[in-house]
Design a protein around this ligand. Sequence first.
Ligand code: ARG
Length: 248
Amino acid sequence: VSANAADIELAKASTLEKIVQSGTLRVGLEAGYMPFEMTDKKGNVVGFDVDMVKEMAKAMGVKLELVNTAWDGIIPGLLSNKYDLIASGMTVNQERNLKVNFADPYIIVGQTALISKQSADKITSWKDLNDPKYTITSKLGTTGEQAAKRLFPKATYKSFEMEDQAMLETMNGKSDATVYDLPMTSIFYAQHGKAAGMKFLNKPFTYEPLGWAINKGDPDFLNWLNNFLRQMKNDGRYDRIYNKWFGS
Ligand code: ARG
């Protein structure tokens, strides 16, 4: 089987050209991280990231395809070209950046802690969590998990596949705290945690820029994304989408 010249040219091309030629932008994400990507009552994946990539596809003049992918397989899926980029609330960190490139951050978040009702009086600061008497939960393969293990090595750490399971464990008193990204913990606290007597330590104790991840070695695509993001941030589209999901 010999590839023709056009195929060879396309293989060398930027992901950008492949998207335009195929007419579809494929975005990898994992629904379940509020308010960035979640499933609505009708089963549609909606959220801040989704609205941003809708604008992206529009600006490219192509259709959008969302590829819902388990979190622990999301980088391997990009590396094996199952989608063109990851837009999934992914924190830009140095370990991931060894494998992928990130566009400029589109928002900054950080880790916070939800505390169970029974431990609410004892835990007044996130620093109190580094204690062998506490059990902490978070989500597998996330920066929440990394922060819990790094900052609270004396505590017992328990990992969950999905963020809501990790938070429910603490709400049900089976663990003392859940360490996770700020927007999601505050939504859970408002919807369920507060009524259940949980405590919310809402001041972030890590610095976490979120960015779109793409395959390495593709400066054309990276350049397009960064210019697109700057345009969105300054022509009102970013603010409109931000206010829709985070309130003004
Ligand atoms: N920001 C965190 C991280 O990068 C959590 C992201 C989880 N995203 C998701 N779609 N479930 O690890």
